[in-house]
Design a protein around this ligand. Structure first.
Ligand code: PMV
Length: 324
């Protein structure tokens, strides 16, 4: 009988510490329950075949032993392809593989690339009987991401693997679960796609030009992230909201804000949120607001009024898993 394996992994939402995490400071990320699902079937032919109908990829195929990192093409394919390449180099795949992905991700910015990378590595590990620990899964996935995009702290991979809400340091130097059950969030997409590598290099450039000031900002971001961790553990959402507002001010100082995100952030704050900030690289993608349940309706209406797309998604989701 042909073996079929089905894996799913969650997306992510950066809560605190974006950008400063690239400079050795901690961040807090939560896994969100929009999941990537990947089905993998081993084949005799030494080929990798990918079907990703959600992003228009049909009948994509490559020779397994001559996979290489390509600079362009659909992101979904690049991460899956490179993950197979990295896995094959490390363990030697004894078969070809047919892969099909199905994405529940409604928008950019919620970590579909990291989720598909993690799903691919996990699927190959299961199919080859390699009992990889979470850390090993992370290391192979992180190598994949660095080969594809050259940069990244790896926080999104940690969320996809461990799930829950994590206190995280660059490269997975620290991956510490934060004990919380629910997070009262309203998550919104700005309608603009963020260009993460460009935002990361603009902050690097600013750091080069004005090292002392920028280091001061990163230090403050570290203090905010540490206080937010405590606030989350105490369920002090008022405090966490206040810290989100301060973090947003500092992100503006880094130059990663934009008018569209600010409009949504102010709409949320002015309609009763405890606080709101952008999430991720900035310049587009998502923002979130911390909102008491009783005010959620009002905040969502205010956000929609300003053209934001509210994404109904739960935080603190389960990490990668094998599906029945
Ligand atoms: O744009 P996103 O959601 O992938 O987040 C990027 C977060 C950064 O801290 C700017 C970069 C990183 O890899 O941590």
């Amino acid at each position: 009988m042909r073996r079929v394996i089905k894996i799913s992994a969650p997306g992510k939402l950066m809560l605190f510490g974006e950008h400063s995490v690239m400079f050795g400071k901690p961040c807090i990320v939560t896994a969100v329950d929009q999941r990537m699902t990947l089905v993998a079937i081993p084949t005799e032919e030494r080929k990798l075949k990918i079907e990703a109908p959600d992003i228009g990829i049909i009948g994509h195929q490559r020779e397994l032993d001559s996979l290489r990192v390509v600079a362009n093409g659909p992101k979904g394919v690049r991460f899956v392809e490179t993950a197979v390449k990295v896995f094959n180099e490390k363990f030697g795949l004894p078969f070809g593989v047919d892969v099909e992905t199905k994405s529940a991700f409604e928008t950019s910015g919620l970590g579909s690339s990291s989720a598909s990378t993690v799903c691919t590595v996990k699927a190959l590990a299961e199919l080859t009987g390699n009992r990889l620990s979470k850390r090993e899964l992370f290391d192979i996935s992180y190598k994949t991401v660095l080969e594809v995009q050259g940069t990244g702290s790896g926080f999104d991979l940690a969320a996809a693997i461990w799930g829950g809400t994590l206190y995280y340091l660059y490269g997975g130097e620290k991956i510490e679960p934060i004990k919380i059950d629910k997070l009262p969030l309203v998550i919104t997409h700005s309608g603009i796609k963020a260009e993460t590598p460009a935002m990361v290099s603009s902050v690097k450039q600013k750091h080069k030009e004005n090292r002392k000031v920028m280091d001061g900002i990163f230090k403050l971001m570290e203090e905010i992230t540490d206080s937010a961790k405590q606030g989350l553990e105490r369920k002090d959402y008022k405090e966490v909201g206040e810290l989100a507002n301060i973090n947003q001010g500092l992100l503006e100082a880094l130059g990663v804000g934009c008018a569209e995100l600010s409009r949504l952030i102010f709409a949320a704050r002015n309609s009763g949120a405890y606080g709101a900030k952008l999430s991720g690289a900035g310049g587009g993608d998502c923002m979130y607001a911390i909102v008491a349940n009783r005010n959620k309706g009002r905040v969502k209406d205010a956000i929609k009024d300003k053209g934001g797309r509210v994404i109904e998604v739960r935080a603190n989701a389960e990490g990668v898993r094998v599906e029945k």
